[in-house]
Design a protein around this ligand. Structure first.
Ligand SMILES: [Zn+2]
Length: 329
């Protein structure tokens, strides 16, 4: 998706130091790596990259992504190789800080130990980029194989936190609030996908029952002003992915996206690409979408970048330095 913006704004977006805080590493699989496996089969660009493409439903999107991701992500070395390409793409867009998650389901399906995936991703971080790695899990992940892994992950060296992923229509199970509290007690950051396909009540549940300060998407909170007010009062941040929301048809058009209203109301929002493998978007496209579709001024784009640095898991001096760099653009 390449929304039309002026050269001046495109230049500002490029030069702006940025963050990306909602990125699934399997969903960021560089297509060129798949092409290297099978140049014939993956010769053509994907149809889902077309600007006006809409996925039929979340399940359709997820099946396509898993079908491709499992062909690449078979070993820790493959995670490392993909992460190197992904992070180089961040540096090329002047991104300074990234939060990415890997999916716990891989541990179950392919039998790769979680700490090895974590180490492989962290070892791929280039100079000039700060990366925090999260483990994502589905609402029904707590089975005989994964439960011990999820309980143990608090002790993994270098894991920044956990995130709740996947099909949002599944109910929140009793293990989840307990695990989320345990993670925070161990100093981890907790996130949850909520209010994407699910109602505003899911956002309230993520804040009040799971206790998260970081909501992934959260956009359907717009349907209940009291939930938006709750998120603002509690200082919660929404890590929003506008192009993902339009292509998954959570929102009809970019122009109707609630991030404009959230921003105007004082709810802290960041922007990210979510799963660029399936949307064909870059982080600069997301900023361009805010500018072209939602009339964010250049100063407002700078504030969106600052929002990411405000929640970044770094020391105060690093944060102050990045803020000053944004101001200087
Ligand atoms: Zn996501």
């Amino acid at each position: 998706m390449h929304p039309k913006i002026s050269t001046e704004t495109a230049d500002l977006i490029h030069r702006l130091p940025k963050t990306e805080t909602h990125l699934h590493i399997e969903g960021a699989l560089p297509y060129a790596l798949l092409q290297s496996l099978d140049p014939e089969r993956f010769a053509a660009p994907q149809a889902c990259w077309a600007p006006d493409f809409k996925w039929l439903c979340f399940e359709d999107f997820e099946a396509h992504l898993i079908e491709h991701a499992v062909q690449w992500f078979t070993t820790p070395e493959r995670y490392h190789e993909a992460a190197k390409v992904i992070f180089a793409g961040h540096l090329a867009q002047n991104v300074r800080y990234v939060e990415t998650s890997f999916h716990a389901g891989i541990i179950e399906f392919l039998g790769i130990p979680g700490p090895e995936i974590l180490d492989a991703i962290r070892a791929a971080v280039p100079e000039g980029l700060e990366v925090r790695v999260f483990m994502g899990m589905a609402r029904n992940s707590y089975n005989a194989t994964l439960a011990p892994v999820l309980e143990d992950c608090m002790t993994w060296d270098g894991l920044a936190g956990i995130d709740l992923h996947g099909i949002e229509s599944l109910p929140l199970e009793a293990w989840t609030p307990k695990l989320w509290k345990k993670a925070r007690d161990h100093g981890l950051i907790t996130k949850a996908h909520a209010g994407e396909f699910g109602p505003a009540a899911h956002v309230r549940e993520a804040i009040e029952v799971l206790g998260v300060q970081r909501i992934q998407h959260g956009i359907r909170a717009v349907e209940d002003p009291a939930v938006v007010e709750l998120a603002i009062r509690k200082g919660v941040t929404f890590d929003v992915c506008p192009i993902s929301n339009v292509k998954l048809d959570v929102i009809d058009t970019l122009e109707a996206h609630p991030i404009r209203r959230f921003f105007d109301q004082g709810l802290r929002c960041t922007v990210s690409t979510d799963d660029p493998f399936s949307f064909g978007n870059s982080l600069e496209d997301e900023y361009a979408a805010l500018s072209a579709g939602l009339k964010f001024s250049n100063d407002e784009l700078k504030q969106v970048a600052k929002n990411g640095f405000e929640v970044a898991l770094v020391d105060a001096a690093t944060r102050v330095g990045w803020m000053a760099e944004v101001d200087a653009v």
